[in-house]
Design a protein around this ligand. Structure first.
Ligand SMILES: Cc1cc2nc3c(=O)[nH]c(=O)nc-3n(C[C@H](O)[C@H](O)[C@H](O)COP(=O)(O)OP(=O)(O)OC[C@H]3O[C@@H](n4cnc5c(N)ncnc54)[C@H](O)[C@@H]3O)c2cc1C
Length: 460
């Protein structure tokens, strides 16, 4: 795509735009690991962000700059208020003007669309930008809450409410799968199945209640039939041991080459900020090897640090970073058990590196490439970031090679109505606040691109 001349800015930029367009300083971030990604391009390589269409680019520039500034705090307060508001003035469900403003701003930045047509257009845009595919999730979080159930109702009436929640979740998930299309990923959150799922998960039940079990099997059958994959999101610690158990049962059932040639169909999520993550991975790798199924590993750092038992999480960010990179390296070099003496047979594994951290993503891609080019054994690997986040990382990797020595790059999209996406949007804003340094890196990269589009590239 050609760099745009930004006709909107032919007049003198406003003071805010001036601030947004300050040429990027080359001062490095305060944290040592936040290096620019990819390394500065040579004269023939177009800068990664030059691929963004003008409208998307302007929205990203505006949002990321706000999120990297002191303005984020008041914006966050307003958004938090809106999420639970029933007021005629502030609720997006009751005030069409508020709904419209949210849609055209933060929603469009982070979400894929409110219906099938919009979502399909966004999926197509991602492919045009060079992404191998998308991961699509339905943003609606919990269909019914326990407190929604009238305690005076009969047992049958209560059961009906619980069953309806599971059925709505199943239908929404199957619809999402269809929208995503063949070869893409479906993202599934077990707690989305409503109060019955939340209760079973928090009790630590090793298998789901029958209605949820059947819904999950129906979803996985449809995923396999469509030639797609599904990943199970990791959630708060209170749910996680049951989520792991349910996910291992699914991997055992669906990730067999004799059932699905392109196994694994199901990926479980592992949170590297947990001190127990290496031990959990080792246990699952051992099971996969012993029982003859393929393991699907989606690796994240973990999103629930503010809510979970702090003592179960690595003491420092550096420890989490080290653990994340160590797991990636061990899997890519087929070393098992992780962190121990290698030597045991390594099962079939597929890795998805889900991170906005340019350093971790760069290391994973470089190691994978080095092993493939040198003819050393490795495992299939893909990488992905959320829509509206770390575009300079994602776009810096797309279209690198068709020879298979560069991991496929994906964007993770959420869809749903403005109200359904509010909790998801709030989490994105909070995440940007807690990863302020990384957001500033993205803002810096976007300002650099703005400067280049305005013709200032030569002086940089
Ligand atoms: C495609 C995709 C899918 C995701 N799916 C899930 C999911 O299913 N479940 C889930 O939990 N998260 C998920 N996440 C979010 C993820 O866990 C991280 O919260 C987020 O990506 C930020 O981490 P990072 O790797 O991008 O990099 P960074 O910004 O470098 O790392 C920030 C992370 O480091 C860790 N951290 C920060 N401070 C400390 C500290 N003081 N001590 C120890 N650790 C610290 C936290 O995990 C924090 O989120 C997903 C992210 C992506 C990109």
């Amino acid at each position: 795509m050609k760099p745009s001349k930004l006709p909107l800015w032919s007049k003198r930029p406003s003071p805010l735009l001036y601030q947004l367009l300050q040429p990027p300083t080359h001062a490095s971030s305060s944290t040592a690991h936040h290096v620019p990604f990819p390394p500065p391009s040579g004269p023939k390589t177009p800068p990664p962000l030059s691929a963004l269409p003008t409208k998307t680019f302007l929205r990203s520039l505006l949002f990321t700059s706000v999120m990297a500034s002191p303005l984020l705090r008041p914006c966050l307060s307003v958004l938090k208020y809106m999420v639970d508001s029933q007021s005629m003035l502030f609720s997006p469900g009751r005030n069409p003007l508020v709904n419209y403003l949210l849609r055209r701003t933060i929603y469009d930045h982070f979400c894929a669309g409110i219906n099938e047509t919009e979502v399909r257009n966004t999926v197509q845009e991602m492919r045009t930008l060079g992404f191998k595919g998308v991961i699509l999730g339905y943003a609606r979080e919990s269909i019914a809450k326990v407190e929604d159930i009238d305690q005076t109702q009969s047992a049958e009436a209560k059961q009906e409410v619980l069953d309806r929640a599971v059925d709505e979740w199943k239908q929404g998930t199957l619809r999402t799968l269809k929208m995503s299309g063949r070869g893409n990923y479906l993202a599934v959150k077990f707690t989305g199945a409503g109060p019955a799922a939340v209760e079973a998960l928090s009790r630590g039940d090793p298998v789901p209640p029958p209605r949820i079990q059947e819904a999950i099997w129906e979803i996985c059958d449809a995923v396999a039939a469509q030639g797609s994959r599904v990943w199970i999101d990791a959630e708060q610690q209170i749910f996680q041991s049951a989520i792991d158990a349910w996910a291992v049962d699914l991997m055992r059932k669906y990730n067999r080459d004799d059932v699905n040639g392109d196994a694994p169909v199901v990926l479980n999520t592992y949170q590297a900020y947990l001190k127990s993550s290496t031990a959990t991975l080792n246990t699952h790798l051992q099971l996969a090897q012993k029982e003859g199924w393929a393991m699907g590993v989606k690796l994240v750092r973990g999103a629930y640090i503010a809510h979970d038992h702090r003592d179960r999480i690595h003491d420092t960010k550096v420890d989490t970073d080290r653990n994340y990179d160590h797991i990636v390296e061990s899997l890519l070099t087929r070393r098992y058990p992780l962190g121990g003496e290698s030597g045991q047979l390594f099962p079939k594994v597929r890795l998805f590196v889900a991170s906005h951290n340019g350093e971790s993503v760069r290391k994973a891609c470089a190691l994978y490439r080095q092993r493939v080019v040198s003819g050393l054994p490795s495992i299939p690997v893909e990488v992905g970031q959320l829509q509206g986040m770390a575009d300079e990382v994602s776009l810096g990797m797309v279209g690198g090679s068709s020879e298979g020595e560069v991991p496929g790059v994906f964007k993770c999209l959420a869809w749903g109505s403005t109200e359904e996406c509010l909790h998801f949007l709030l989490r994105r804003a909070v995440e940007n606040q807690s990863a302020m340094e990384r957001t500033r890196d993205t803002a810096r990269a976007l300002r650099g691109e703005a400067w280049r589009r305005l013709g200032g590239g030569a002086v940089l």
